[in-house]
Design a protein around this ligand. Structure first.
Ligand code: GTP
Length: 464
């Protein structure tokens, strides 16, 4: 498993065996382990550090050998952050070539034996080739999974109601694809998490530092300190940042070194993984924007409904106001359907107000409107015409049936036990819509009917 670690360096067979193992490594982690241990032996058992180079040129420790002892014995080597530092400390180093410049570097403290130089360059070459192959393979396999997940997310966007919902549906799938132990989404001071993540305070503290860095682009950033093992990617849309996507690998799955040296910045996300996280972040930015649009539309719809209802509704009785009642009556007269209209007025209402006060008068008005609404059929309508006067529109109703309904309403109100000792009654006029007549003629007629009902002794219906 570990190359030359248990065999002599000068054994050609052993070296070939180690090269064979390196060239057959199935994962980057196994490759790093075999490469580091082989070099460790070749350079006379010096500690080996393997760093990944970020697009900005920063170096971060990805692997070291021997595992824990190297960290404690050689912290400076492990904590190197740039090529300049490698040079400044006069460490020996070799580039691990990638497709676009150096993928990373391998360093150790002092010059190797001369006879090993040739073998070192072969070992590094073979390792770099294997790393490129693994990258392509990894990319191909993970891309398929990620593409399927991305398609599913875009299909789900309309159905999802919130980011929490989104994470609940997709979070575990993303953890599986990225071999992450936890995922968090930071959006508008909220943090949505799935799986194992560091605590909120710690995440927000790190994001605060990142937000304060003006020179950040949209590239994923590996986190340090308490959030070691995490990678943060801005969620951006049309130049504005909506939040952060964070993925975490717990130290056990990261690497040995995270436990041994939490203060040494590690690289635990391969560049190919980071670019896939970026793809997911792009999709999430679209999902967040879509959720926001849905939310704003929902709010607008609610506000419109409220405004519409305010424009139509009498605030005291909650039935139609005069403006809307007039509008409906005009429309009725224009289409002249078979329809009866009744206008009623509470009898002696001034006396109620004068005796019990305006507030009680208001209660009676509300209760009369309620009783009328209860008694009317689902396609009949009640409007407040003004003061204590109401209009009832009885859809699809001939005169006799309309008169019967109006009478029934009179009796219903008369028999209702109101909060005052006196019996409350109404007087109503009733008429039907005549073909082609203007609304004012219909209203005059029904008003006259109501007046006649008052004149005839109140608490009754007059047809006219
Ligand atoms: N509490 C209350 N009173 C109202 C409201 N609108 C109008 N009124 C009162 O309703 C009363 C109507 O009185 P009048 O027009 O004299 O009619 P009335 O006392 O019912 O007499 P009749 O119509 O002959 O039965 C007035 O005192 C108005 O102030 C209202 O919104 N709330």
């Amino acid at each position: 498993m570990s190359g030359l670690s248990s065999t002599p360096v000068n054994s050609f067979d052993c070296l070939c065996h180690a090269l064979g193992l390196i060239s057959r490594s199935e994962t980057p982690a196994v490759l790093f382990e075999r490469l580091s241990s082989t070099l460790h032996t070749l350079v006379g058992r010096q500690p080996i550090a393997l760093y990944r180079r970020s697009p900005s040129g920063e170096l971060r420790l990805t692997y070291c050998h021997p595992v824990d002892s190297a960290i404690t014995a050689c912290r400076q080597l492990m904590g190197v952050r740039s090529l300049d530092e490698l040079r400044a400390f006069e460490y020996q180093y070799y580039a691990l070539p990638g497709e676009h410049g150096a993928w990373g570097y391998i360093g150790h403290p002092s010059a190797p034996p001369k006879e090993a130089l040739h073998w070192i360059s072969i070992v590094v070459d073979i390792a770099a080739q294997r790393l490129r192959l693994l990258k392509a393979d990894h990319m191909a396999r993970r891309q398929i999974d990620l593409k399927a997940r991305r398609r599913q997310l875009s299909r789900d966007i309309k159905r999802l109601t919130s980011l929490a919902d989104c994470l609940q549906h997709h979070g575990q799938g993303w953890c599986d694809i990225f071999q992450a132990d936890g995922i968090a989404l930071a959006h508008k001071d909220e943090l949505y998490c799935v799986g194992k993540t560091p605590d909120r305070r710690c995440i927000f503290q790190h994001l605060g530092h990142l937000d304060a860095q003006a020179d950040l682009d949209d590239s994923p950033i590996e986190l340090e300190g308490e959030c070691q093992g995490g990678i943060a990617t801005p969620l951006s849309m049309a130049g504005s940042q909506l939040g952060w996507l964070l993925m975490f690998r717990a130290p056990s799955t990261v690497s040995f070194a995270a436990r041994a040296a939490p203060d040494i910045p590690l690289s635990v996300w391969l560049p190919v993984e980071a670019s896939m996280v970026l793809e997911l972040a792009d999709d999430l930015a679209v999902a967040i924007t879509a959720l926001e649009v849905v939310h704003v539309n929902r709010q607008l719809r609610k506000t419109n409904q409220r405004l519409e209802s305010l424009a139509h509704t009498d605030p005291l009785t909650r039935c139609w106001n005069r403006y809307y009642t007039e509008h409906v009556i005009e429309a009725l007269c224009a289409s002249s359907p078979p329809c009866a209209v009744s206008m009623f007025d509470i009898d002696d209402f001034k006396g109620i107000n004068d005796t019990y006060g305006h507030a009680v008068g208001d209660d009676i008005l509300r209760e009369v409107a309620n009783l009328a609404t209860q008694l009317l059929r689902s396609n009949d309508y009640l409007g407040r015409w003004g003061g204590e006067e109401f209009i009832v529109i009885l859809a699809d109703t001939a005169q006799d049936e309309g008169a019967f309904i109006a009478q029934r309403l009179c009796r219903y109100i008369e028999q209702h036990p109101f909060s005052i000792p006196e019996t409350v009654t109404i007087s109503a006029g009733l008429t039907t819509v005549q073909p082609g007549e203007p609304s004012h003629s219909l209203l005059e007629r029904v008003d006259k009917g109501m007046y006649l009902a008052k004149a005839a002794g109140k608490n009754q219906v007059m047809i006219c």
